[in-house]
Design a binder for this molecule. Structure first.
Ligand SMILES: [Fe+2]
Length: 433
C-alpha cells in the first residue's frame, strides 16, 4: 500500500517549498532523484557505527493499555542486552526486569541529509529491533523504565487511566528538530507538564528539509519519546523516499495502537486506543476518506463499538491533512461532509489535525478543530486562504511554533498552547459532551 500511495503522490504537481513545508508532490519527485544518487552510492553495507552498549535508537513506548505497554528500541548489533527494568514512578520498590524479543531488520538504502554533515546518515544494513511487551501493569499508573544495556536510555509511561479519571496528553505535529531549535524549544516547555502520552498529528521527520535524517531526529526527539507512549498519525512526509515508510516509519512506530485492524507491519496505519473512557481514533489522510473507503467504514464501526464500551465518555479524532484550515494547504469539505455526522452521533467534540505549519483553532457548534502543526517545520502562511467559508469560525490562529497540552477533566477539555519561547499563545475549554 505504501508504494501505491507513493506513486499516486508523485503524480501530483505541487510547487516545491523550500525546507520542507507540507506540500508533497514535487518535493517527493525531487527526492526520487536524490534517492537514485543515494542508492547508487551505497550498494554495500556501509558499516553501522555501534558503541559498546549496542543501542542505536530509543527507547520509546507504544500501544498503551490499562495493563500493558510496548517498549521498543533499536540495536546496531545482534545480541545486545535485551532486558528492561520497569518500576512504578516515585516508588521505592525494586523494579521488575522484562526481556525483549529481538528481530533483525535489513534496511536496503542509505539516506543522508545533503545540507547537514552533522546529521548521521541512515545507513543501509541490518538493525535489530527490540520489543518488550510489558503486561500485568496497574491502570492509571505511571512507570519509569531503563535499558539494562544502558541505564541512560530510559523513559516513563503511564497506563491508560480508569474511566472517568482525568487524562493529560501533548498534541504536536510536523516536527523537524534538525531544522533549527524550534522543536527542541517547544518540547522543553511542554514536556515538564508530564503528559501521559503523545498525540503526533503526522509529518514526524523531514528528509525533505535536507538537514534531517532519522539518525539526527532520534537524539533530538528522545525527550518526547521518553515522556510517554507515542501515538503518531501518518503524514505525507512519512514516505518522502522510496523505502522510508517501511524501513523507518513502520519499523519504528508500527503497532502503535493496541487494536489496529492491520498487522503492525502491513503499512496501513489507522487505529484507536483509549484512556480514561476517552477513545482516540487516528486516521491516515494519505488513504481515501470517501464514504465507501475502508477507513471510513472502519471508523464508523469502531466508533459505534467504542460508544458501547463500559465507561465510554467521548472520542477524539486526529489525522494529518486538515479538514478545515485558512492556511496555505488544502482543506477537505468533502471529508467533513462524510465524517462530521459520525462525530455528532458518537460524541466527538475535538478533532486535531496537522500539515498546515502553524496554529489554528476553529469553533463550530459542538465541534472544535485544532491545527497543531507548529512542531518545528518551516512556518507557513496561516491566512493564505482566509476567504474559505470555515474561516468565519476560526477563533484563534498564529504563525508560531507550538505544542498543546490537553487536560480532560470531568466537564471540560482544557487546552494550553505554548510556543517555543514558553509563552502561552492560547487557552481554551471545550465542553465534554
Ligand atoms: Fe504534511
Amino acid at each position: 500500500m505504501a508504494l501505491v500511495r507513493f506513486s499516486l503522490l508523485l503524480a501530483t504537481p505541487v510547487i516545491l517549498l523550500a525546507f520542507g513545508a507540507c506540500g508533497s508532490g514535487s518535493s517527493l519527485a525531487s527526492n526520487v532523484n536524490a534517492d537514485a544518487g543515494d542508492e547508487a552510492g551505497d550498494e554495500a553495507d556501509s558499516g553501522i557505527p555501534c558503541d559498546a552498549t549496542g543501542v542505536s535508537k530509543g527507547p520509546w513506548t507504544l500501544a498503551m493499555t490499562e495493563a500493558s505497554i510496548t517498549i521498543r528500541w533499536e540495536s546496531c548489533r545482534a545480541g545486545a542486552k535485551g532486558d528492561v527494568i520497569v518500576s512504578q514512578e516515585n516508588a521505592q520498590a525494586p523494579g521488575m526486569t522484562v526481556t525483549s524479543a529481538e528481530s533483525p531488520y535489513t534496511v536496503s538504502t542509505t539516506y543522508a541529509a545533503p545540507l547537514n554533515p552533522n546529521a548521521p546518515p541512515d545507513l543501509a544494513g541490518t538493525y535489530y529491533m527490540h520489543d518488550t511487551h510489558v503486561t500485568g501493569l496497574a491502570p492509571s499508573t505511571c512507570y519509569t523504565y531503563a535499558l539494562a544495556a544502558d541505564a541512560n536510555r530510559k523513559g516513563r509511561f503511564c497506563t491508560s487511566r480508569n474511566a472517568g479519571d482525568p487524562i493529560r496528553f501533548l498534541a504536536i505535529g510536523d516536527t523537524n528538530p534538525s531544522l533549527g531549535p524550534a522543536t527542541t524549544n517547544v518540547l522543553s516547555h511542554v514536556l515538564p507538564m508530564s503528559p501521559d502520552f503523545i498525540v503526533h498529528v503526522g509529518d514526524i521527520q523531514y528528509y525533505d528539509s535536507t538537514v534531517e535524517t532519522w539518525g539526527s531526529w532520534f537524539p533530538l526527539m528522545q525527550p518526547m519519546l521518553s515522556a510517554g507512549a507515542f501515538f503518531p498519525a501518518i503524514g505525507n512526509h512519512e514516505a518522502e523516499k522510496s523505502t522510508e515508510y517501511a524501513d523507518y516509519v513502520i519499523r519504528f512506530f508500527g503497532g502503535a495502537g493496541f487494536d489496529s485492524p492491520m498487522p503492525a507491519d502491513s503499512g496501513d496505519q489507522y487505529y484507536r486506543y483509549e484512556s480514561g473512557g476517552v477513545w482516540f481514533f487516528v486516521l491516515d489522510t494519505e488513504l481515501p476518506l470517501d464514504a465507501n473507503a475502508d477507513q471510513t467504514k472502519w471508523l464508523a464501526e469502531e466508533l459505534a463499538d467504542a460508544s458501547l464500551k463500559p465507561g465510554y465518555r467521548f472520542s477524539i479524532v486526529y489525522f494529518h491533512k486538515p479538514f478545515v484550515t485558512c492556511g496555505d494547504t488544502g482543506d477537505n469539505p468533502d471529508a467533513r461532509a462524510v465524517f462530521e455526522p459520525m462525530f455528532t452521533q458518537y460524541k466527538v467534540p475535538l478533532v486535531i489535525q496537522g500539515h498546515m505549519h502553524g496554529y489554528e483553532r476553529f469553533t463550530f457548534p459542538g465541534l472544535t478543530y485544532l491545527t497543531a502543526a507548529g512542531g518545528g517545520g518551516a512556518l507557513g502562511d496561516v491566512s493564505a486562504n482566509i476567504s474559505r467559508a470555515e474561516c468565519s469560525s476560526r477563533t484563534t490562529f498564529g504563525r508560531f511554533f507550538s505544542g498543546t497540552v490537553i487536560d480532560v477533566g470531568a466537564s471540560t477539555i482544557h487546552g494550553v498552547t505554548i510556543d517555543d519561547s514558553g509563552t502561552t499563545q492560547d487557552t481554551f475549554d471545550v465542553a465534554v459532551p
